[in-house]
Design a protein around this ligand. Structure first.
Ligand SMILES: *[C@@H]1O[C@H](CO)[C@@H](O)[C@H](O)[C@H]1NC(C)=O
Ligand SMILES: *[C@@H]1O[C@H](CO)[C@@H](O)[C@H](O)[C@H]1NC(C)=O
Length: 288
């Protein structure tokens, strides 16, 4: 009887140990080691030299886990330099990736198949290429920022239809990253997309009719190079959640829509340097 009780006690003690000290998934460890190895100044990460358990406890600096799987990398503003492993998407439990404001370079790692990814900040780096399958299968993506990266500089690039799978998207920020061609119609059909920032690219053509039902709060298209965007802007008059609308530095034409004055939330309007005519309400006039 006593022996049985001791055995039960020992067994439950051992299982407790294995829960507390669950060792990081070996493939996640391998990817993090590649992440570190490719970098010129990985010492800034302060990861233990021969560490083999990034999920800990204690976890490695800038790494967060869910169980024994890596769920977040947060290395923003660290001046990190160098390319990233192209198989980063094997960290299949990633939900939040914060790589912004470093000097990462080379090919942007594809995010393909990261079904749990909600936040992806890759902005303000030196990535020069965006792979064609980057957006595939991102079914939980809410926030994506790629601003200020010299992506596909020679040809420019455009948003592929796969992005439509990211139906939860709320914030899409792609300023100054060589986005080219017309705006795809599907951008108007995201039911939660409140922030669309596409300034300083090479977008051409007009604002698609599908944008009529958008719930944009911030909508920025300023300063498209190579001629700029064209056509009428009447459609913005029906975007009733807008607080900030930047259309300046393009070739939009026609009249400034009268109903723009009735978009009560609008605080920040800039439509100058276009070919527009018309008047807007006094309270906004200094922005024109
Ligand atoms: C970016 O350029 C690369 C290499 O030229 C090309 O394979 C890729 O399809 C381009 N990306 C997009 C999204 O068009
Ligand atoms: C997303 O956009 C909204 C509306 O502009 C803004 O209030 C919010 O801070 C943004 N969220 C993130 C995570 O950038």
């Amino acid at each position: 009887m006593v022996a049985v009780q001791i055995r039960i006690a020992v067994t439950s003690f051992l299982s407790l140990i294995s829960v507390v000290f669950s060792v990081t998934d070996p493939n996640d460890l391998a990817i993090l080691n590649q992440f570190r190895k490719g970098m010129e100044n990985s010492e800034l990460l302060k990861w233990p030299a021969n560490g083999d358990d990034p999920c800990g406890p204690p976890s490695w600096p800038h790494i967060f886990c869910s169980g024994n799987r890596v769920s977040q990398i947060q290395v923003q503003d660290m001046n990190l330099k160098g390319p990233l492993p192209q198989n980063l998407n094997q960290l299949s439990k990633l939900s939040n990736l914060g790589l912004q404001r470093n000097q990462f370079s080379g090919v942007l790692p594809s995010l393909r198949g990261l079904t749990e990814l909600q936040y992806a900040y890759l902005d303000y780096n030196n990535f020069d290429t965006i792979p064609p399958d980057f957006f595939l299968g991102l079914v939980n993506l809410q926030v994506l920022a790629l601003d200020y990266n010299p992506l596909n500089a020679t040809t420019g690039w455009s948003l592929p239809p796969e992005l439509q799978e990211s139906a939860q998207l709320t914030n899409l920020s792609l300023m100054n990253c060589n986005l080219a061609g017309p705006l795809p119609d599907f951008l108007g059909s995201f039911s939660s997309l409140t922030e669309l920032k596409l300034s300083l690219n090479r977008i051409s053509g007009g604002i698609p009719a599908t944008f009529k039902d958008s719930v944009f709060i911030m909508f920025w298209l300023k300063g498209q190079s190579g001629g700029g965007m064209t056509g009428p802007i009447d459609i913005v008059g029906s975007m009733c959640s807008l607080t900030s609308l930047w259309l300046h530095g393009n070739h939009f034409s026609g009249k400034i829509p009268k109903d723009i004055g009735s978009v009560a939330s609008l605080k920040d309007l800039n439509v100058n340097s276009n070919d527009l005519v018309g008047l807007i309400r006094d309270s906004l006039a200094n922005w024109v």
